[in-house]
Design a protein around this ligand. Structure first.
Ligand SMILES: C[S@@+](CC[C@H](N)C(=O)[O-])C[C@H]1O[C@@H](n2cnc3c(N)ncnc32)[C@H](O)[C@@H]1O
Length: 356
């Protein structure tokens, strides 16, 4: 199903047409003339010289986790010269034209998430600053990929990766996500209960004065005013949503209605795939599906185009397909594309999607 090609990608208007190609993403992007990408996630080879072994295939297949030398002169002309060791410059000059092509194929409201190691990450972020503009940097996510390494004697356990998040412009798709409440917060905060169930207390008294918020209600006249206007306070009270304490009033936040904290930029609640897990790793550098589902939900909508230039085993594509987005992936390795295609086919059976 996956074939070496650079033909036009499926359109966003027909039902979910996904595409996976065996190509260097540079070649794919150079000739790409399909709909623009709303979201790009990329997990390129890091600045390492390692060979990864494929555990999923019976053959002794391996792939070089590396990259080829880029055009250093062209890169230095573009970037205006850079520091670092010569080989790092070569690595960056390999990545730079690919990022530039990604940028030009992205929708104006699109976002990019670049997943990289903490060592080379800051250098790579210079490229993103240059291509996307510093003003379009949205966040740098620190993903804690593993449990603590307790065998360290002379250094700290390096257990995290960075995910650099940029948008193409100031107007971009962003869906606010919440993380589940932690156990300690749940146990400590929802200690009151009424007929609707357990609830926590939120302030309804103002910290700083605001016009229209000074009034007396049921004998209470807080010196700094209320957080809400009189009509809102009355409506909350009539609905049983005000807790009258001995000294002050509070708004009730019911456990059933409470959202967790807004997602922050340290993600320590999604662990990497381990060898013992049921949905076992199919590819050496495979990322957990939850990580990609979070990124897809955060920065795209149903029907949007999600592209992964270094798709590997297709985790991004699977997340996108499951969530009703159109997935496009490229990878230079035929083995990776075969794994990605098989994974996509298994979700397509249970979703209204096609793959070509
Ligand atoms: C870190 S892995 C991606 C793993 C992926 N995120 C997953 O969940 O399986 C990097 C991938 O980039 C591919 N790759 C290396 N150079 C490439 C290139 N120039 N164009 C496209 N893919 C490339 C490798 O074959 C490898 O599958």
């Amino acid at each position: 199903m996956a074939k070496k090609q650079s033909s036009k990608a499926g359109t966003a208007t027909s039902n979910f047409i996904h595409k996976i190609v065996i190509l260097d993403c540079l070649d794919f992007l150079t000739s790409y003339d399909g709909p623009r990408f709303n979201l790009v996630y990329l997990d390129p080879p890091y600045f390492l010289d390692r060979t990864f072994r494929l555990e999923a295939t019976s053959d002794d297949v391996s792939f070089q986790g590396g990259w080829e030398d880029g055009d250093v002169e062209e890169f230095c002309n573009q970037i205006g010269g850079t520091s670092g060791s010569p080989s790092l410059v070569k690595y960056l000059s390999w990545l730079y034209p690919r990022l530039t092509l990604i940028h030009s194929n992205m929708a104006d409201t699109g976002s990019i998430f670049l997943h990289i190691g903490t060592r080379e990450g800051p250098y790579v972020s210079l490229l993103l600053d240059r291509i996307f503009g510093m003003k379009n940097w949205r966040s740098t996510i620190t993903w804690q990929r593993s449990h603590p390494h307790n065998n360290m004697t002379k250094s700290l356990g390096n257990v995290s990766d960075y995910i650099y998040y940029y948008s193409k412009s100031n107007s971009y798709t962003f869906n606010l996500l919440h993380t589940p409440h932690d156990e300690i917060y749940l146990a400590n905060s929802f200690s009151n209960e009424d007929e609707r169930g357990p609830y926590a207390l939120a302030p309804v008294i103002q910290e700083k004065s605001r016009k229209g918020h000074y009034f007396e209600y049921k004998g209470a006249n807080p010196p700094y005013g209320w957080r809400v206007r009189l009509e809102t306070l009355k409506a909350l009270d009539a609905d049983g949503r005000i807790h009258w304490g001995t000294n002050r009033a509070y708004k009730k936040i019911y456990l059933e209605e409470a959202k967790g904290a807004v997602l922050q930029n340290i993600w320590s609640d999604i662990f990497n795939i381990t060898r013992t897990e049921v949905d076992n790793r199919k590819y050496p550098t495979q990322k957990p599906i939850k990580l990609l589902e979070r990124i897809v939900e955060l920065s795209s909508n149903v029907g949007d185009i999600v592209y992964d230039p270094f798709c590997g085993s297709g985790t991004t594509l699977v997340a996108a397909g499951k969530l009703g987005r159109i997935a496009i992936g490229s990878d230079i390795s035929p083995e990776a594309v075969e794994i990605a295609t098989n994974r996509m086919n298994s979700i397509i059976e249970s979703h209204e999607s096609k793959l070509f």
